[in-house]
Design a protein around this ligand. Structure first.
Ligand SMILES: [Zn+2]
Ligand SMILES: [Zn+2]
Length: 373
């Protein structure tokens, strides 16, 4: 399997045995030495992550910006991807797209993540998941399906925001209830006029209003500027019960993507989703058969936020001179990605479909002319 992992230097945690660099090892969940293989545990405790109060001004003072190790922010001129790498490392190429045009962003501060789900899947396991996944794709060239792929995998912690809020909504609407009545009508059958009865529906409207309270917990909003929503969604859910308080040790040997969605924009998205949920629930609370003129005014109180890092294996590969990308969920192993298409297979499929349609038309014509004789 020709999969290799992009070299990310280990940061600031020397081996207790030989002093060599150590990096976070997904299999043992410990720091492991590059040279002598000695591993050491990471002291951590499972405790509820601290929620930060969200205020209207977007100043970053309410949350820490100290990541515990010296980091530098890099931005790619090609794809715009922003990453944080150890200050001691010089980035030769963009971890997202491979472009060599990466620039250090001077003086940019980043909110430190509150919690992190450490990688559970090693690079080897991630590559195996990808191989199993590509064997099951449709309309891909056989050589791609069965062959070896030269892929470069990088473990990236993808940024997310989560928001909590206590909401109080005041609503008003008109609710309609369907009723039925029997009406007598006349019609003409064979020149004779006759009477008959029919059930007719009518709607009775009345106005309604009320107050609806709800609390939202951990509304998850992606803060990545790198991945399209479709690919991220196909990576599936993360089990947030496994969140651990942030420690810089987890980042050793990995890259943290810097959030591109600001906290204020993240809140906007969270509020939209909360509003959607509220409308749905208020509609079902109102009941009736029809609702019109629904108005909801919501107060979002006790707003808090968290900044999280979630583990994703990001990979680039080239097939017949075209670049592709895939990702593997670093916690669950779910794969999402783009694959090359086989022109031959798609053409064959279209031809088979056409043949079936033409055959059906032929049969119809044959039967149709027989029946009319
Ligand atoms: Zn060592
Ligand atoms: Zn790039």
């Amino acid at each position: 399997m020709a999969i290799d992992t992009q070299a990310i230097s280990a940061i600031g945690f020397p081996c207790s045995a030989c002093g060599g660099p150590t990096r976070f090892d997904a299999d043992s969940q410990r720091l492991k030495c590059d040279y002598c293989g000695t591993d050491q545990p990471i002291e951590n405790v499972l405790l509820a992550p601290k929620e930060h109060r969200l205020t209207d001004d977007d100043a970053d003072e309410t949350a820490g910006t100290d990541w515990g190790v010296a980091q530098q922010a890099m931005q790619c001129e090609q794809c715009g991807g922003q990453s944080l790498i150890p200050a001691t490392q010089t980035a030769a190429s963009c971890v997202f797209c491979g472009s060599p045009k990466v620039l250090v962003q001077q003086g940019s501060r980043s909110i430190r993540p509150e919690s992190v789900i450490p990688f559970r899947l090693s690079v080897k396991a991630a590559a195996e998941r990808f191989y199993a996944w590509k064997r099951k794709r449709w309309f891909v060239p056989n050589a791609f399906k069965k062959g070896d792929i030269d892929a470069k995998l990088t473990g990236i912690y993808v940024p997310y925001w989560t928001f909590d809020a206590e909401t109080t909504s005041v609503y008003s609407a008109e609710v309609g209830v369907h009723h039925y009545r029997t009406v007598t009508k006349t019609r003409t059958v064979n020149g004779k006029t006759e009477r008959y009865t029919e059930q007719e529906r009518y709607t009775v409207w009345h106005s309604t209003s009320g107050v609806y309270g709800r609390s939202f917990d951990d509304v998850l909003v992606p803060a990545s500027g790198q991945y399209d929503a479709e690919l991220l969604e196909k990576l599936g859910n993360f089990d947030l019960a496994q969140l651990l308080p942030y420690k810089p040790e987890y980042l050793s040997g990995f890259i943290a993507e810097r959030y591109s969605v600001s906290r204020a924009d993240g809140w906007q998205r969270a509020e939209e989703r909360m509003h959607e949920t509220l409308s749905k629930e208020i509609r079902s609370k109102i009941g009736g058969d029809e609702i019109r003129g629904l108005r909801i005014g919501t107060d979002y109180g006790d707003r808090t936020f968290k900044h999280l890092l979630l583990p994703v294996w990001n990979a680039r590969y080239v097939y017949k001179a075209k670049p592709y990308r895939f990702m593997v969920n670093g916690q669950t192993g779910l794969v999402s990605g783009r694959v090359p298409r086989s022109g031959v297979k798609i053409t064959l499929f279209v031809l088979v479909c056409l043949a079936v349609v033409l055959g059906a038309i032929g049969l119809y014509i044959a039967y149709g002319s027989n029946a009319s004789v």
